[in-house]
Ligand binder design. Sequence first.
Ligand SMILES: Cc1cc2nc3c(=O)[nH]c(=O)nc-3n(C[C@H](O)[C@H](O)[C@H](O)COP(=O)(O)O)c2cc1C
Length: 148
Amino acid sequence: MKVNILVGTMTGTAQLCAQEMELALDDGETQVETLLMDQLDSSVFAREGVFLICTSTYGQGDVPDNARALFQDLGTKRPDLSRVRYGVFGLGDRTYAETFNFGGKKFDDLLTELGAKRVGERHKHDASSGIMPEETALEWCKEWLALL
Ligand SMILES: Cc1cc2nc3c(=O)[nH]c(=O)nc-3n(C[C@H](O)[C@H](O)[C@H](O)COP(=O)(O)O)c2cc1C
């Protein structure tokens, strides 16, 4: 099984979570590749394997700057993603009550619209909870892999 982790981040927290998930999942049988979303376009979803969207939220419920080009390209080209399976590990902060975790939600909604199938629930990490997201990521990704 191949897992592609796509990382949307502004200040590196989502990248840290992705690194933890790669360490936890990559055991030879499962091969993990972590890609920052910078410079990716919708063709990334033609890769072999399953996808894990690991992204934070910025602005007013927007995807981070490094995820914008990929998100827009998906929305414009609207590729058929019916063969794609994915999970979402989202990061946000409940202080932003109206737009909590919307970065992950936006990817989730768009991928579903394009025919992709989500595996498991979308994780919504809350930075105001005091819980370290990289620790949650470790547990969450093992449960996610078991569902695949
Ligand atoms: C300027 C700014 C705007 C933010 N806007 C939102 C938001 O609208 N919704 C949300 O859930 N979190 C929001 N956050 C919280 C971040 O998503 C959260 O701190 C996350 O852990 C950052 O991860 P990163 O370091 O990978 O970018 C915002 C944070 C900052 C600094």
